[in-house]
Design a protein around this ligand. Structure first.
Ligand SMILES: Cc1cc2nc3c(=O)[nH]c(=O)nc-3n(C[C@H](O)[C@H](O)[C@H](O)COP(=O)(O)OP(=O)(O)OC[C@H]3O[C@@H](n4cnc5c(N)ncnc54)[C@H](O)[C@@H]3O)c2cc1C
Length: 291
């Protein structure tokens, strides 16, 4: 089946308008951003929304990458409609957090990256999604807007399961916010079967070091069945220790122990577990070198 079922189509002209349209059409309406996940699913009849609410006209509200003051510090704000290619091109984002450059270079191909969005990727909640691991490693916060106003959800609580998120049917993911800390390095390591493919396994690392000691460690994992796309036991193990090869190898082993990879066409479970350990170790090593 390569033709979607019939659906109504609306173009939102503001975030409140998009939310009003979601309310009007009810739970069978869906937001469409880049359409790279949703449209193929509709063609295969795996998704049959009654109405599509197109948010592509909202780049003014949802398409910005900016460093903003937040209390005493700063946060990097990334709009939900920012395209993969725009994030890759944003020096504001990639200079602060090279993990974005590492990851975006290996997500799909230029055609998908030109249309696919940060918000669409996170809301699709594919268990192999690269950006889920990136934002989990960064300890980001998701900003969600609905009829009742704006609320925030830590990204590690955003994904409720495969293809399921904290965003309610009448809500919109509008932004991701990442805390900016001095003394931070970050990196992303992915193994894919061929260029542009989804990961067999991938790991992201974000390290903050003060006075020779790790004060904050973020480890994101994807495609290996890590709950919330992160590795809290390995993060805990690193905190308070000096960065080094031994600590990073141990963190990799602990991260892998807590994964539950499944065998599929991308590889057997034990291979994926091995990758989780090795890619975590490599990402931590590169992140430390970038501080
Ligand atoms: C050939 C191919 C290869 C790919 N390879 C990779 C890869 O290697 N790694 C990887 O991580 N991804 C990969 N992807 C996925 C890609 O990153 C898509 O861009 C992404 O899955 C969806 O983004 P989108 O903007 O197209 O979302 P859409 O398809 O428009 O939407 C996806 C879902 O999110 C919802 N949604 C979208 N935006 C919002 C919002 N702001 N608020 C609430 N709900 C929203 C929609 O209703 C829908 O349910 C690949 C895709 C393709 C087609």
């Amino acid at each position: 089946m390569q033709v979607p079922a019939t659906f109504a189509y609306e173009r939102a002209d503001s975030v409140p308008h998009a939310i009003a349209l979601l309310e009007r059409y009810g739970p069978d309406a869906r937001i469409v951003a880049g359409g790279h996940s949703l449209i193929p699913m509709m063609k295969l009849r795996l998704a049959q929304p009654e109405a599509l609410i197109d948010i592509n006209g909202l780049a003014g509200e949802l398409g910005r990458v900016a460093i903003e003051r937040e209390g005493e510090g700063e946060e990097l704000a990334i709009g939900a409609l920012v395209r993969h290619a725009e994030l890759l091109d944003s020096t504001a984002a990639t200079d602060l957090f090279p993990i974005f450059r590492d990851a975006e270079r290996v997500i799909a191909d230029p055609i998908v990256r030109n249309r696919g969005t940060v918000g669409g990727s996170l809301c699709q909640a594919d268990p192999s999604e690269d950006l889920a691991a990136v934002f989990a490693a960064l300890g980001a916060t998701a900003v969600i807007q609905g009829p009742g106003g704006v609320r925030t959800v830590p990204i590690r609580e955003f994904h409720r399961g495969p293809y399921e998120t904290a965003v309610e049917p009448n809500e919109l993911l509008i932004q991701l916010r990442v805390p900016v800390r001095p003394g931070t390095g970050s990196a992303y390591e992915k193994v894919e079967r061929r260029v542009g493919d989804w990961p067999v396994a991938a790991a992201g690392a974000v390290l903050t070091v003060e006075d020779g000691v790790i004060t904050s460690a973020g480890i994101g994992l994807t495609a290996v069945g890590a709950e919330g796309f992160h590795a809290p036991e390995a993060e805990e193990l690193l905190t308070g220790r000096p960065p080094g090869a031994e600590a990073f190898a141990e963190a990799g082993r602990v991260a892998a122990e807590h994964c539950e990879p499944h065998a599929d066409q991308r590889g057997p479970a034990d291979y994926k577990r091995h990758l989780a350990a090795e890619l975590t170790r490599r990402a931590l090593t590169t992140a430390a070198g970038r501080i």
